[in-house]
Structures are given as structure tokens and as C-alpha cells.
Design a binder for this molecule. Structure first.
Ligand code: PGA
Length: 252
């Protein structure tokens, strides 16, 4: 099986306009021509246009950290798929754990976002992952399976060609604690077999499943060498061009 690796940088609520364009420029300089790995960076909404310019015609796609499921109207603060496409976004993260647990997004809401992305030609990165208490209570499989089933409700096997799954154990995000390659691989394998159940073996085999949670240059290779880990969703380390480039190079 030769799934292409996919590495995404989630800048979260960080950078200024000047930082964001400088960071994008530095990333382009280091890895802008890499073709063996799919790459995206997801800056804050206000900087999407400027970052898109900085990415220019590099191989690095633009992504958004979130999206809303309506076309337009009285939804204060929300951003539509059409707006994202207008400024050159290819991807949108849906259901990041910070949106689930800080903002309170539900699986149903996240599913509407995923469906809207698919119908409008934005490629969703659906994030799933258990809390520490859920892992300790042995509920990881149950929690992640539910998030996948509900998040992908109504998504066809043909649609799955444009969907990425990101497994991000919440206890590993921004904490410096990474899941061991074995812990991550176990959940990734479970997710892939679940995709085989929901869809079919070919769909399961073709779906890129990223790992996220304190991915750094020094642990990226061993994680991405696992058979079911197809890249990374990188937070903190994506804010340093050097580190992000090293993570991409670890997968190259
Ligand atoms: P982290 O964040 O790499 O800083 O742990 C990952 C994420 O939240 O996507």
C-alpha cells in the first residue's frame, strides 16, 4: 500500500500578520518544492489571503482551521466554504479537539461541516481523539469509533477520496506528551478497520490518517514509519519553519 503522507500545520490562534507571512515564506523556502508529501498550513482566518500569496505557486496548500455549514446569512463570526474557496483554501480542519472541548462542538455539528466541505469542494480533515480520562477508563476505541461514525454520517465511499482523518489523543495535544508509536498505531489500525466496516477495504486502504499531538522533529519519523500512520497534524512545531520542514523531511 502506498498512501502518500500528508502533513498539516495548524497554527491555531498564533502569529501576527507579519509573523504569518514570514513563517509561510520561510516554509516555502525550505520545503516548497517537495512533491512526495502532501502539505498544508492552516493560519488564522484573517491571514489566509496573505499566507496564500506567500505560498505562491509552491506545493504547499492553504487550509482553514474551521468552517461553517451554511452558505451565507445571519451567522455572526462564521466563515463559509465559498469564502474559503475565494481565498484559495483547499482544506478545512473539522472538529479539532479544541473546538470540541473548549468551544463545545458536537459530533452532529462537525458532521454538518464535513458534509458541507465535501459538497462544496473543500477537503475536510476530520479530527478525532479521546480525553485522558477516557483512555484511562479504557474507552478509547468506543470514543474514537463514535466520533468517526457520527462525523462521517452521510459521507459516501466516493466522497472519502477527499477526506482525511486526524487521530489526536487530547492528552497529547500541546502537552509535550506524545502517544508512543505503538499506542498511535493501535488506534490508527482500529480506525482503518472501522473504515473497512463502514465502507470497504479499498476505501479504508486509501484514506490518509494523520497522527497529531506533540509531533516534533525528533519523534516524527518513528510515528510516520508505523504502517497505518500517514502523516501528521502539527500544532506547536508548525510555528517554526525549521521544525515543520524537518517533520516533512522525516516523511519524505
Ligand atoms: P500540538 O498540536 O502539535 O501542539 O500538540 C496538535 C494539534 O492540536 O493539532
Amino acid at each position: 500500500m502506498t498512501r502518500k503522507l500528508f502533513i498539516a500545520g495548524n497554527w491555531k490562534m498564533n502569529t501576527s500578520l507579519a509573523d504569518a507571512t514570514a513563517l509561510a515564506g520561510a516554509i516555502v523556502e525550505k520545503i516548497g518544492s517537495v512533491e512526495t508529501v502532501d502539505m498544508t498550513v492552516c493560519p488564522p482566518f484573517p491571514y489566509l489571503t496573505s499566507v496564500k500569496e506567500a505560498l505562491a505557486d509552491s506545493k504547499i496548500a492553504l487550509g482553514a482551521q474551521d468552517v461553517f455549514y451554511e452558505d451565507s446569512g445571519a451567522y455572526t463570526g462564521e466563515v463559509s466554504t465559498a469564502m474559503l474557496k475565494d481565498v484559495g483554501c483547499t482544506y478545512a480542519i473539522c472538529g479539532h479537539s479544541e473546538r470540541r472541548h473548549v468551544i463545545g462542538e458536537t459530533d452532529e455539528l462537525i458532521n454538518r461541516k464535513v458534509l458541507k466541505c465535501i459538497s462544496d469542494g473543500i477537503m475536510p480533515i476530520l479530527c478525532v481523539g479521546e480525553l485522558l480520562t477516557q483512555r484511562q477508563a479504557d474507552e478509547t476505541i468506543e470514543v474514537v469509533s463514535r466520533q468517526i461514525r457520527l462525523g462521517l454520517e452521510g459521507v459516501s465511499s466516493a466522497d472519502m477520496a477527499g477526506v482525511t482523518i486526524a487521530y489526536e489523543p487530547v492528552w497529547a495535544i500541546g502537552t509535550g506528551i506524545t502517544a508512543t508509536p505503538d499506542q498511535a498505531q493501535d488506534v490508527h489500525a482500529m480506525i482503518r478497520s472501522l473504515l473497512g466496516e463502514i465502507y470497504d477495504a479499498a476505501t479504508a486502504n486509501n484514506t490518509q490518517i494523520q497522527y497529531g499531538g506533540s509531533v516534533k522533529p525528533d519523534n516524527a519519523a518513528e510515528l510516520m514509519n508505523c504502517p497505518d500512520i500517514d502523516g501528521a497534524l502539527v500544532g506547536g512545531a508548525s510555528l517554526k519553519a525549521d521544525d515543520f520542514a524537518k517533520i516533512v523531511q522525516a516523511g519524505k
